[in-house]
Design a protein around this ligand. Sequence first.
Ligand code: FES
Ligand code: FES
Length: 153
Amino acid sequence: MLYPIELTINGEEFRFNVPANWRLIDLLRRDLEMTGTHEGCGEGDCGACTVIVDGKAVNSCLILAVEADGCEIETIEGLADGNDLHPLQEAFIQEGAIQCGFCTPGMIMTSKALLDKKPDPTEEEIRRALQGNLCRCTGYEKIVAAVKAANKK
Ligand code: FES
Ligand code: FES
């Protein structure tokens, strides 16, 4: 059985009929081919799948698509404006905060949710916000530096 839902994704309105067991990440990656949202653990542990749902950073592997009915979703695909990168994307590149890149979309979406809510966070607040996002490459220092740099922009 399929369930009708309506979502706004990166400012665009969509209607879908989805199976009850589809997660939000399934809808994004399979139906919309928005593969910038990565699936790591699939269990809420790594944060690679983070998107913003009604202003909050959410693990898209932990929310059913039907639960997101009526919500406003932001994904990494919505950040750049044509060829102009979002300040967070620029800062991650400039600060060397990207190595393999697997964690990067989730890191950036969590950081965006933080900066949208709190434009001048302390280092502790940045680290606390990012505690659910794992990175096996960078050692985190450059990621924190990138969020600080993006904030200044
Ligand atoms: S894939 Fe969702 S938290 Fe790891
Ligand atoms: S850059 Fe490789 S996991 Fe973070």
